[in-house]
Design a protein around this ligand. Sequence first.
Ligand code: ATP
Length: 233
Amino acid sequence: MLQVNDIHTYYGESHALQGVSIELKAGETVCLLGRNGAGKSTTLKSIVGWTPARRGQILFNGKDITRLAPYQIARQGIGLVPEDRRVFASLTVKENLEVARYIRPGVQPKWSVERILDEYPMLAELANRDAGNLSGGQQQMLAVARSLMCEPELLLLDEPNEGLAPVIVKQIGALIDALRDTTTILFTDQSVHFALQHAERAYILEKGRVVHSATSQDLKDDVETHQRYLSVA
Ligand code: ATP
C-alpha cells in the first residue's frame, strides 16, 4: 500500500531524513521507533507532503504522491494525526467531527459523526464541549476520531501517547487495536513497550536513517537493540 523509497528531507540546509525507506502492506499496523530527533515526525510529515521529500519517491497504492500537495495526498486516503493534535479549540467536539467530513469519490463511507459518538462514548459525553477545554487525552481521542471522518485507508499517528497519563495511554492503545481491523496504521513512539503491544512490526530510526527493522516478536527480547537505539521509558 505504501512504499517510501530512499527519501531525503531537509529543513533549510539541515538534512533531516538521509535516505529513509519503509513499506506497509494493506492491513498492517507498523511502528516507527527512535529517540528524540531521530526523524520519526519528519517521515510522517514527508508522506503527507507537509515537509516534502527533496529526493526519493513515495508511492501510495502504486501512485506516485511524492510531489502532490498535502490536500491532494489527504484525498488519496492518507490521514495524519500530528503530535500537537490541532483540534479546533473554539469548536465543540461534535463540530470538530462535522467540519472534517470528506468522502472520497467512489468510497463507501464507513464513518459518520453518529457512528463515532456511538463507538466512543467518551466523546459522546463531551459532544457539546469546546475542544479547547478538553484534557490532552481527550483531545488526542478527538484528533484520531476526527481523522476518521476523511475515511483514511492509511492512518498516520505521530506519538499518540506523548505526555498522556497511563490510563489514557491504555485507551489510545485500545483505539489503535479497534482500528487495525479496518485501517492500515503507521504510528510513531519513542519507547518500545507500547509499540510491541500494538504493532506487528517496527522500523527504528536514528539520525534520519532506518537502522533496524524487525517484527514485534523479534524485537521483544532484543535488549541490545533497545539499549542502542531506544529510550527505555
Ligand atoms: P521527536 O520525538 O522529537 O519529534 P522525531 O524522531 O520525530 O523526534 P523529527 O522531529 O522528525 O524527529 O526531527 C528530525 C530532525 O529534524 C531533528 O534533528 C530535528 O532537530 C530536525 N527538525 C525537526 N523539525 C524541524 C524544524 N521545523 N526546523 C528545523 N529542524 C527541524
